[in-house]
Design a binder for this molecule. Structure first.
Ligand SMILES: C[S@@+](CC[C@H](N)C(=O)[O-])C[C@H]1O[C@@H](n2cnc3c(N)ncnc32)[C@H](O)[C@@H]1O
Length: 317
């Protein structure tokens, strides 16, 4: 069941690890009459649609902090009627959102982290090295400070820490200095900043020299790791016994956090929680969608009391 509309045609995003996420959600739904799923990163609605198609009795609540994602996914998923509803919110507020909706617990919670291709490819959003736009990078353009406003106020030392922590950039003081100088010298758009960084940073044959700098700045502007910490802290407690939390990460900072927090929740194989093996995209998916190359899916199952789960087989990574 798909629809075609101007909003949807403009919202291009290929869903990553769709089948693996859907399989986990379907396993958690087994033998239940009522199945509720929270998709914390609705985006274009790709995971939500796959779940709505796979489970005729599921209700999906889709969260996103980007109003453009809420609008596009609401059009795409309108044919599912009352089985789908969208909430414009950061997922760090998951517990408050479920309390507001008077939903005591849910069967599955999924999160496909980072930005959508639509956000990257829309120049005016200011995420891209290649499409020239303002220094913005906010996932929710209706609130918070833009990248330009933050760069005006940040100290050299704090920016260096941000580049080191969120971009694994080793020569972080030197790189921070180049970023601040570039902006002071008039680099007021993404393409101008990218060009200046490319002229002064070491070259790598395969990736644009500014890629990791842009990644770090985006994570900073959106407090992405703070949001992820709040989600990982609150989501397990919202799951029904037998339910699953499924998180797809795209870079080492995210994946480290997901792994650590899932390990802390599930230290032993048959405790209250149990981890699944991390999963990556197969060769075919990576060939069709290069963005899938760095995707890692990690699962955390809430055990049914006294019933060791057989759907997961332990985290070896
Ligand atoms: C990779 S896309 C999701 C794509 C979606 N799974 C699909 O298949 O169409 C990530 C989405 O999550 C949203 N997002 C990222 N961090 C968020 C947060 N902390 N709270 C709410 N939404 C967030 C982004 O705005 C973006 O729309």
């Amino acid at each position: 069941m798909t629809t075609s509309s101007p909003e949807q045609a403009e919202f291009a995003h290929v869903t990553v690890l769709r089948d693996a996420v859907t399989a986990a959600v379907v396993a958690a739904a087994a033998a239940r009459e009522t199945v509720r799923v929270v998709d914390c990163t609705l985006g274009g609605g790709g995971h939500s649609e796959a779940i709505l198609l796979a489970l005729p009795h599921v209700e999906v609540i889709g969260l996103d902090r980007d109003p453009a994602a809420i609008a596009a996914a609401s059009v795409r998923l309108a044919p599912f009627g009352a089985r789908f509803r969208a909430v414009h919110t950061p997922f760090g507020a998951l517990a408050a959102v479920l309390a507001d909706l008077q939903i005591p617990d849910v069967t599955s919670i999924i999160a496909d982290l980072g930005v959508s291709s639509h956000q990257f490819d829309t120049a005016a959003r200011g995420f891209s090295l290649r499409h020239d736009g303002p220094l913005d990078m906010r996932m929710d353009p209706s609130r918070g400070l833009t990248l330009a406003q933050r760069l005006e106020a940040v100290s050299l030392e704090d920016l260096a820490d941000i580049l080191y922590e969120y971009g694994d950039i080793r020569r972080s003081i030197g790189t921070a200095r180049i970023v601040l100088q570039s902006v002071q010298e008039g680099a007021d758009t993404t393409a101008k900043l990218a060009q200046r960084l490319a002229a002064r940073l070491p070259r790598d044959r395969n990736v644009h020299p500014a890629t990791l700098v842009f990644q770090a700045l985006r994570i900073w502007v959106n407090d992405e790791l703070g949001e992820l910490e709040a989600l990982l802290r609150d989501a397990p407690g919202q799951l029904q016994p037998g339910g699953v939390l499924a998180v797809i990460s795209f870079h080492s900072g995210e994946d480290r956090l997901v792994k650590q927090m899932m390990r802390a929740q599930a230290p032993k194989k048959y405790g209250e929680f149990m981890r699944g093996k991390p999963q990556a995209a197969g060769d075919e998916e990576v060939r069709d969608n290069p963005r899938a190359r760095s995707a890692r899916l990690r699962l955390l199952w809430r055990n049914r009391p006294g019933t060791p789960l057989d759907v997961a087989d332990g985290d070896e990574d």
